[in-house]
Ligand binder design. Structure first.
Ligand code: FES
Ligand code: FES
Length: 152
């Protein structure tokens, strides 16, 4: 079995896994990083959203062989030490989560959006496809706007 070497949340990791194993299973089952959630496994719900080289991807539909030598960030690595990312802070301030299951993916999608554009339009926020069965979309939109105002 090949050894996959890549960076996760600032640390280099070496994992024995076949190239076509889903990144989600490598993160959750081999590395114990459980922030990215399993919802559908088919690139629909986006609960598994994390970043590869700063861009949002769904870990269930990304093969570990595709991230060799690249940098993966999960919700566990989004804060800067003890300082929360503005999106995390805005989520707390607005009390966004309900059950919480979709929220790591929501936050990672929002952080990637704000990395691309500091002042996202409603249409750009609505283009985030992460599903929330609890219907927290209104608070998510408010929190993204609040986070945008807090971005350094
Ligand atoms: S679990 Fe990855 S998109 Fe649903
Ligand atoms: S907070 Fe429950 S699914 Fe989104």
């Amino acid at each position: 079995m090949p050894t996959q070497t890549f960076n996760v949340n600032g640390q280099t990791v070496n994992v024995d896994a076949p190239d076509d194993m889903a990144l989600l299973w490598v993160l959750r089952d081999k590395l114990g990083i459980t922030g990215p959630k399993y919802g559908c496994g088919i690139n629909v719900c986006k609960a598994c959203t994390c970043h590869v080289d700063g861009k949002a991807v769904t870990a269930c539909s990304t093969r570990v062989g595709e991230v060799r030598g690249r940098s993966v960030t999960t919700i566990e690595g989004l804060a800067n030490g003890n300082t929360l990312h503005p999106v995390q802070q805005a989520w707390l301030d607005r009390d966004v989560p309900q059950c919480g299951f979709c929220q790591p993916g929501q936050i990672m999608a929002a952080a990637a959006l704000l990395k691309r554009t500091r002042n996202p339009s409603d249409a750009e926020i609505d283009a985030i496809e992460n599903v929330c069965r609890c219907g927290t979309y209104g608070r998510i939109r408010e929190a993204i706007k609040a986070a945008a105002a807090m971005m350094p």
